[in-house]
Design a protein. Structure first.
Length: 215
């Protein structure tokens, strides 16, 4: 099975920045392909602000033509209703160890508003009743040290831009884990094998998982 990164979005329109990002991820993670998936009905964007879905798909098709490792799928155009990422990943039936998801930093920080986001990326534990250190643990995984560092940089950069101050940071990507302390929220970014080793979900077994279903 090909190592595939799924790159979804409205692509209204697709531009050089999208292509550059996809190419950099392709090289950094040694992927076999990047699959662009234009959203027919993005849940977080009013359709009135978008070009017709078929037009946006055609623009993506033209933009990726000629790149041997870029492809485009009309999966979300063929599916009725809002274009939820979790439904698309399920429909693609790509084994998790071969699947990567490309998202921008702004999109990543909107993760809690996604539909069933825990199935897409990570886990949030409410530890208010079992810990005096913080209120919530946000746990997410990267598939490589580059992926882990990219997630961490996106979180730090976007929250800094919003005026949210980082209190403390520990770990480095090469160690397989990074911790970001934002006071009420501790963010743990792990390599998948490191996350399995530390098993915070089991360690904090008494902490309820926060429901993250979005609209």
């Amino acid at each position: 099975m090909a190592r595939t990164a799924v790159f979804g979005g409205s692509f209204n329109p697709i531009h050089y920045g999208h292509l550059l990002l996809a190419d950099e991820v392709l090289d950094a993670l040694e992927l076999d392909r990047v699959l662009f998936v234009p959203a027919a009905q993005p849940p977080h964007k009013p359709n009135a602000q978008l070009a017709p879905a078929r037009d946006r798909y055609a623009m993506v098709e033209l933009a990726v033509a000629g790149h041997p490792k870029f492809a485009v799928s009309d999966l979300e155009l063929r599916r009725a209703g809002p274009s939820y990422t979790v439904d698309t990943l399920d429909a693609l039936r790509i084994p998790r160890e071969e699947l990567f998801l490309i998202v921008g930093s702004e999109t990543f920080l909107d993760l809690l508003t996604w539909r069933t986001p825990r199935r897409v990326a990570g886990l949030v534990l409410d530890v208010q009743r079992v810990s005096s250190v913080t209120d919530y643990f946000l746990i997410c995984s990267g598939k490589s040290t580059t992926h882990l560092q990219t997630i961490t940089d996106a979180i730090r950069g976007e929250l800094k831009g919003e005026g949210v101050q980082l209190r403390h940071a520990e770990g480095v990507a090469e160690s397989g884990w990074i911790l970001l302390d934002y006071g009420d929220v501790l963010m743990h970014v792990f390599l998948e094998e490191t996350r399995a080793y530390y098993a915070l979900e089991r360690l904090w077994g008494d902490a309820p998982v926060v429901p993250l279903d979005g609209s």
